[in-house]
Design a protein around this ligand. Structure first.
Ligand code: FAD
Ligand code: NAD
Length: 475
């Protein structure tokens, strides 16, 4: 098909990011109303809730990815996609500066994209709090590449520990898997890791298997602080049975290539430094603001006091701007940085923009009819009726309520086919844990998968790893 030029009668809507917020917006947006341009360094959507399951091969990474191009092909109105990172946003000139940060680059790697309306859905980066050694030595768990790196390193640790003449201390270090951060990411990963060990590594590499250990380090007094108390206790006792060591009130201060140094607060309030030698270190201490967002915040006086992201109003408009909206982890709307929030925000913006387009179309129709009223006085009764009808429609449409988040509950996998769930059911709160909850967790995630293709691939992966065991190839 030939390249179509932007339609000058339509506004240009630029959407940054292809994550939960942006893709939910795109899915429901009537793209015929705008010249839509999507910009993201990642040409796919990633179903993050199942990412921890990719670190041990329960799920193959491509099963939870959906190419943007496939998503865009299904849209009625043409959408442009540029695989690029937004490096800065100029709200005065209304342009986004973008650059191609991928391996293959053409003559042009950097340019500007003008917008009439801009949606920022760039997510967040990994928080390290400037702790020395974290960036150099640990693995994060946010992107597909992170999960692949972890999977490879687990097996590298195992094979290196099994290397001829390795000393017992070195075997202990290599097989010590340390996870920092007891939020849901850290907990789910620790659970997956223990499954991998129990169900596969133990059988296939029996000579070293009794040395494999998983340690979860958390600065606060408990893991999963957003879950209810009984579920925290259930998680902690399940971890104990699974032989995952939990160190709470332990704050990591420094990381080297082979050790983690942490400050432990003892029950009597005294502090002590503890050193954990490790083979694999996974860092999951939550979110930090991306540079492009920080840069924009610095340009808008109304964002002076925001720290954790772009402060938005109840319509998700970035405070201090008129034509910039923000969704998901980069926006501060008073909710937790979760996929659930991001996708509801994206859906809201789709409704808002569809409405705005309808409103504008009706308004311009009314303007047109009003001017024809003067030109055709003989027809005035009929034209007036038409104007009234349009105005009635306009009133109905204009009434769009502010964004409202409806919390469906929190779910987390904790290993050995058990999960914890805090869900709202028939207006009541239900806390559930165990194997049935695990089945609920699986069916909930299957129903949330992006496409039928993803759903089938994930089910297939689950069956495959159950029947044949996980694949220990280090690739
Ligand atoms: P993201 O989904 O992170 O998407 C950001 C997008 O912006 C990406 O496409 C990225 O490539 C792109 N981008 C980055 N920089 C730029 C740039 N400079 N210019 C343009 N584009 C850019 N939440 C739940 O509710 N339930 C769960 O079970 C759950 N499990 C999780 C498991 C893991 C391992 C992780 C890491 C998170 C999990 N979350 C879960 C949280 C959830 O993934 C995030 O809250 C959600 O992804 C936020 O959506 P977003 O659209 O803001 O950002
Ligand atoms: P988080 O912010 O929820 O948890 C990070 C944890 O790391 C905190 O408990 C913090 O006290 C701890 N920490 C920080 N610095 C530390 C240090 N130096 N030493 C030891 N511990 C330290 O981060 P997350 O788990 O990555 O989650 C991010 C967001 O994604 C959250 O909103 C979460 O709800 C969401 N998420 C949800 C699910 C799910 O629902 N199943 C899964 C993953 C992520």
């Amino acid at each position: 098909e030939p390249q179509v030029d932007p339609d000058p009668s339509k506004k240009t809507l630029v959407i940054l990011g292809t994550g939960w917020g942006s893709i939910s917006l795109l899915k429901r947006l009537d793209t015929e109303n705008y010249n839509v341009i999507v910009i993201s360094p990642r040409n796919y959507f990633l179903f993050t809730p199942l990412l921890p399951s990719c670190t041990n091969g329960t799920i193959e990474h491509r099963s939870i990815m959906e190419p943007v191009r496939t998503i865009l092909r299904q849209k009625k109105g043409r959408v442009k996609f540029y695989e690029a990172e937004a490096s800065s946003i100029d709200p005065e000139r209304k342009v986004v500066r973008i650059f191609d940060n991928s391996e293959i680059r053409g003559d042009i790697t950097e340019t500007e994209v003008p917008y009439d309306m801009l949606v920022i859905g760039v997510g967040a980066e990994n928080a390290t709090f400037g702790i020395p050694g974290v960036r150099e030595h640990s693995c994060f768990l946010k992107e597909i590449g992170d999960a692949q790196k972890i999977r490879k390193r687990i097996m590298d640790c195992v094979e290196t520990a099994a290397f001829k003449d390795q000393s017992p201390e070195e075997i202990d270090r290599l097989l010590h898997m340390v996870v920092v951060g007891g939020g849901p990411t850290g907990v789910e990963f620790a659970g997956e890791l223990q499954d991998f060990f129990e169900e596969d590594i133990k059988k296939l590499v029996p000579e070293i298997s009794d040395r494999f250990r998983v340690t979860l380090i958390e600065a606060l007094p408990s893991v999963l602080p957003m879950f209810s108390k009984q579920l925290i206790e259930y998680t902690e006792s399940t971890f104990k049975e699974e032989k995952i060591n939990i160190h709470t009130k332990t704050m990591v201060k420094k990381v080297t290539d082979k050790t983690v140094e942490a400050e432990v607060t003892r029950p009597d309030g005294t502090k002590e430094t503890v050193v954990f030698p490790y083979g694999l270190l996974v860092w999951a201490t939550g979110n930090a603001v991306r540079p492009v967002v920080k840069d924009l915040m610095a340009r808008i006086p109304a964002q002076k006091n925001s720290r954790r992201g772009l402060a938005v109003n109840e319509y998700l408009v970035v405070q201090g701007t008129r034509d910039i909206w923000a969704v998901g982890d980069c926006a501060v709307a008073g909710y937790a940085p979760t996929a659930q929030v991001a996708s509801q925000e994206g859906n809201f913006l789709a409704r808002l923009f569809n409405n705005m387009a309808k409103t504008e179309a009706l308004e311009s129709k009314i303007r047109e009819l009003s001017s024809s009223l003067n030109l055709q006085p003989g027809n005035s009764a009929a034209i007036s009726r038409e104007i009234e009808e349009h105005e009635r429609q306009l009133r109905r449409i204009k009434d769009i309520k502010p964004f409202y988040y409806s919390h469906q509950g929190s779910l987390a996998y904790i290993g050995s086919e058990k999960a914890v769930a805090d869900v709202t059911w028939f207006n009541g709160n239900v806390a559930a844990a165990g194997s049935l909850t695990f089945l609920f967790w699986r069916s909930a995630y299957i129903s949330m998968c992006f496409s039928m293709r993803n759903r089938l691939l994930v089910i297939n992966d689950w069956l495959k790893s159950k029947v044949f065991g996980r694949d220990l190839s280090r690739e």
